[in-house]
Write a protein that binds this ligand. Structure first.
Ligand code: ADP
Ligand code: MG
Length: 292
């Protein structure tokens, strides 16, 4: 590869909102045959909104929201921000929290009004000894519509379910179709549950889906594909995604995502525009073809 033609390629990328860190990233991107995409914040807007509150006990919607938002004020997760924003919109006053903790990819816990409150996915409820009972059927109905269901438990009993929906990015479908047209296989990776993930994967024509993935397992999935002989690009936005970006042949960070992700990536897409992957890949192929 001549340095000059690669410099030209890098410069052209920058013009179309694709920041390429070095020649290696461009060279590898030309050979990529598989792209792994994180769901939240990469394929979806990453700006989820609270759609519904379903009480499953004696607490009212506002009481459930008060407990939930009080805890989530301590989290920077996009789901947490949706819950806090909904409380603000409804004028619900927040309470003080003690013993706050946030196990990554699971949820949040803490004490509010002297009660132990847990918020998170089904696995997290199980970890905390919460029996979901009928709450699980309610959650499944919400997921089938593509929403993420967050359980709220007080003193180890479910009190409600929050339905949070994160819209798919406007150009995601077109970008994936163009990548398919380039002969690339597309996998989606998410810490979200299978039913919600399937609703999104179906809408986008994804080839392979890995759901319920803990943050530390994301890089293992990328390494497994590489061990199968695939040349893998991984696109993600979160702190959670950084190790997987580093484990891929090419890491692609969403601009507007976290700095850690951007530092771990060889390529950054300004404004998180997925069409940037299509442009970057086309540019990489043309640049490398000119060199040979
Ligand atoms: P993704 O891979 O889709 O970006 P994460 O790994 O960040 O998702 O989170 C996985 C799942 O863990 C979420 O879908 C949610 O169910 C749960 N979760 C994580 N953080 C929180 C939080 N702060 N509040 C509620 N649930 C959470
Ligand atoms: Mg994410």
């Amino acid at each position: 590869a001549t340095p000059m033609s690669i410099m030209v390629g890098v410069g052209k990328g920058a013009h179309s909102g694709v920041l390429i860190k070095n020649a290696e990233a461009l060279e590898r991107l030309a050979k990529v045959d598989t792209i792994v995409l994180d769901k939240t914040g990469t394929l979806t807007e990453g700006r989820p909104a609270l759609k519904e509150i379903r009480p499953v006990g004696s607490l009212t919607e506002d009481e459930i929201l008060r407990l939930s938002a009080s805890l989530e004020r301590g989290s920077a997760h996009p789901l947490a921000r949706a819950i806090v924003a909904a409380a603000e919109a409804r004028g619900v006053e927040l309470a003080a929290v003690a013993d706050f903790d946030e196990p990554a990819g699971k949820g949040v816990v803490g004490r509010v009004d002297g009660r132990a409150i847990q918020l998170g996915n089904a696995a997290f409820m199980r970890d905390n000894g919460v029996r979901l009972g009928q709450a699980e059927a309610v959650a499944e109905g919400l997921r089938e519509n593509g929403a993420t269901a967050i359980f709220v438990a007080a003193d180890a009993r479910p009190v409600g379910i929050l339905a949070i929906a994160d819209p798919i990015k406007e150009n995601a479908k077109a970008a994936l179709e163009a990548l398919h047209g380039q002969g690339i296989r597309i996998a989606m990776l998410t810490g979200d549950n299978r039913t919600t993930a399937e609703a999104v994967a179906r809408a986008l024509g994804i080839d392979t889906l890995e759901a319920d993935v803990l943050p530390e397992k994301k890089s293992a999935f990328v390494m497994r594909l590489r061990a199968e002989g695939r040349v893998v690009a991984m696109a993600g936005d979160g702190v959670n995604d950084a190790p997987a970006l580093a484990a891929a042949d090419v890491g692609i960070a969403m601009g507007g995502g976290t700095d850690v992700a951007i530092e771990s990536a060889g390529i950054t897409l300004l404004k998180g525009d997925l069409m940037g992957i299509v442009r970057a890949r086309r540019l990489a192929r043309v640049t490398m073809a000119n060199i040979r």
